[in-house]
Structure formats: C-alpha cells, structure tokens
Design a protein around this ligand. Structure first.
Ligand SMILES: NC(=O)c1ccc[n+]([C@@H]2O[C@H](COP(=O)([O-])OP(=O)(O)OC[C@H]3O[C@@H](n4cnc5c(N)ncnc54)[C@H](OP(=O)(O)O)[C@@H]3O)[C@@H](O)[C@H]2O)c1
Length: 284
C-alpha cells in the first residue's frame, strides 16, 4: 500500500496506543474509547506488557491491531530508537496493521530517521512532528522547576510555539480514525511564540507566585536536572537534545493543527488557566 492509499473509516480490529498511559497516549486512548473505538494500551504495565527493550513483547500487543499510535520512550533522538521504530513498524504491518501514526519531534535529526522507518513501512502513515508540549510545565520535567520557582534551561532567549497536548491528541485520533490524513506530515505548534521567560511569567501570573526563567549552559542544566529528579540515564540525552533544538530553528509557527483539524490550536494562556485551576502548581 502506498502513502496515499486510504483505508475504510471503520476498519475492524483494535487501535494499539503505544505509551497509552503517558502524556499523549492517555489522551488518545480516552478519545478513542469515547468514540466507541476499541483501544489497547501498549506499555510495560499493561496486559500483555509491551517493552521497547524486549522485542518478544511486540507481536502479542499487535494482535488484531489495524491501526497503531506510536510514541517512543524516552525520545526518538536516543541511540537505537530509529532502528527499533523501523523494526516495530515492519512487524506491525506483518501483523496486519494498515495505519501507522508516529509522534515525532520538530527539528530533531534523530527523529527524522525514525520517521523514515514509518514512511517506508507498507501501510498508510501520518507523522505528527510536534514542538515542545505546553504540558511539559505541568506533567513532565518542568513541573518541579515551576514548583521551585526557577526554570533553568539551556534555551537562551529563544522562542517556542508551545503546543497543547489536547491538540496533539485530537490530531492523532483524526489520523487514526478518519480518511484524508494518510501521507501527511503535520508540524504541530501552538498559535503563539513565547520565550521561556514569557512562559514563566504567564505561569507566575496565573499562580500568584514568583516563577522565573534562568538561562544556563547545557552542563549546568544536566547538573540541576539530576537534582530535580530527572533520571540520570536520561539527563545526558536531554541536554544534548536541548542543545540541538533550542537554537532558534523552531522559532516559527506551523499550521499542522489547522490542516489536520480545520481549527486554530489552543493558546498557551488557555493551557495555563486550565493547569492552574487543576491545582497542579499549588504548593501545600
Ligand atoms: N516533551 C515534549 O515536549 C516532546 C515534544 C515533541 C515530541 N516528544 C516526543 O514524545 C514522545 C513521548 O511521548 P509522550 O510524552 O506521550 O510519552 P510519555 O508521557 O513520556 O509516556 C511514557 C509512556 O511510555 C511507556 N513506556 C516507558 N518506557 C517504556 C518502554 N521501555 N517500553 C514501552 N513503553 C514504555 C510508559 O508506560 P510504562 O511505564 O507502563 O511502560 C508510558 O505509557 C517522545 O518520543 C518524544 O520524542 C516530546
């Protein structure tokens, strides 16, 4: 099947959501179930378990899966990711999957190689090339820094068009369940560029606390990240990744959300309001 071949909108079988308990996967699985679509979680804690580090666990979760949402952990730029994504995509097709949707990272060379593996599998594919998640500040590695009042990153005064995970999940579900997305690479950004200092100010204003951004070197970031609880085995790769992508290459808006969904993406301000109301940034 080539990239532009369409599959029926209501194919039989289940949708496998790799990383289905994670930040994007959880939202994708919830949306599929709300639409009455069977969804299976692919993760180490699911049954049957799925582990990127153990190829023997791959085929069992692919049984009856006509579509697969693929997220890699911890990041597509980490060593070995591209080879695994290619091998997994090929196996998915061999097991009967006709539609593959990959969550990728914008401006990441390592991620481009992983994208290639999915494009070259014999199925319809859609690539979601995402910029930094807004929810990194509330559900991921920037939560502890926000709570501490100091967001230290090797980002200089570069601006990012943070994208909301609710938009990513909406695009993923559209690509998994609707026609018209095969062969598309969607660059997913929010509607506004913000420097990390501006993002910190918006979070500070919403929480009534002093939240500051402090630019640091990649080496200093690595030291602080370990102190903030980022697993040591991930810190080196993240520092290298940030040095690569935080050089201004992503400091422009893209129209992936608009192209995929026909509507504007959610603004960072709305994300901050929702996150603040959830209490995630409340101390004590
Ligand atoms: N953060 C950003 O700003 C950003 C921006 C662009 C792209 N991305 C991409 O987003 C991807 C991550 O997606 P996400 O944020 O939705 O996921 P996530 O929140 O990091 O979730 C991790 C998920 O993966 C599972 N998992 C962890 N280790 C695993 C392993 N060895 N084998 C199988 N499953 C494993 C976890 O469940 P278990 O613990 O049960 O296994 C969980 O379901 C990365 O590839 C990254 O490149 C991130």
């Amino acid at each position: 099947m080539n990239a532009t071949t369409t599959v029926p909108t209501t194919p039989s079988g289940t949708t496998l959501v790799i990383g289905g308990t994670g930040k994007t996967g959880r939202r994708v699985a919830e949306r599929l179930l709300a639409r009455g679509r069977p969804a299976r979680i692919g993760s180490r804690s699911a049954q049957p378990p799925f582990d990127w580090d153990d190829e023997a666990t791959w085929a069992p979760v692919l049984r009856d899966a006509h579509a697969v949402y693929i997220t890699y952990y911890p990041d597509l730029t980490f060593p070995g990711a591209a080879e695994r994504i290619r091998a997994f995509a090929d196996l998915a097709v061999k097991c009967g999957a006709r539609r593959l949707v990959l969550l990728s990272g914008r401006g990441e060379q390592g991620a481009v190689l992983s994208e290639k593996g999915v494009r070259e599998a014999d199925a319809d594919w859609t690539i979601l090339r995402s910029t930094w998640f807004s929810q990194d500040f509330s559900e991921h590695f920037l939560l502890e820094p926000v709570l501490s009042g100091v967001i230290a990153l090797p980002a200089g005064d570069v601006a990012e068009p943070f994208v909301d995970l609710e938009d990513i999940a909406d695009v993923a579900v559209a690509a998994l369940t609707e026609d018209g997305h095969a062969g598309q690479t969607y660059e997913l950004t929010g509607p506004r560029l913000l420097t990390f200092a501006e993002a910190a100010d918006e979070i500070g204003a919403a929480t009534g606390r002093d939240v500051r951004y402090v630019p640091v070197s990649p080496e200093e970031y690595a030291r602080l990240a370990v102190e903030h609880g980022v697993p040591p085995e991930e810190v080196e790769g993240l520092a290298a990744l940030f040095s690569e992508v935080l050089d201004g290459r992503n400091a422009h808006l893209a129209d992936g959300v608009q192209r995929a969904l026909g509507r504007e993406p959610r603004d960072f301000r709305d994300y901050v309001r929702t996150a603040a109301a959830s209490g995630v940034w409340t101390i004590g």
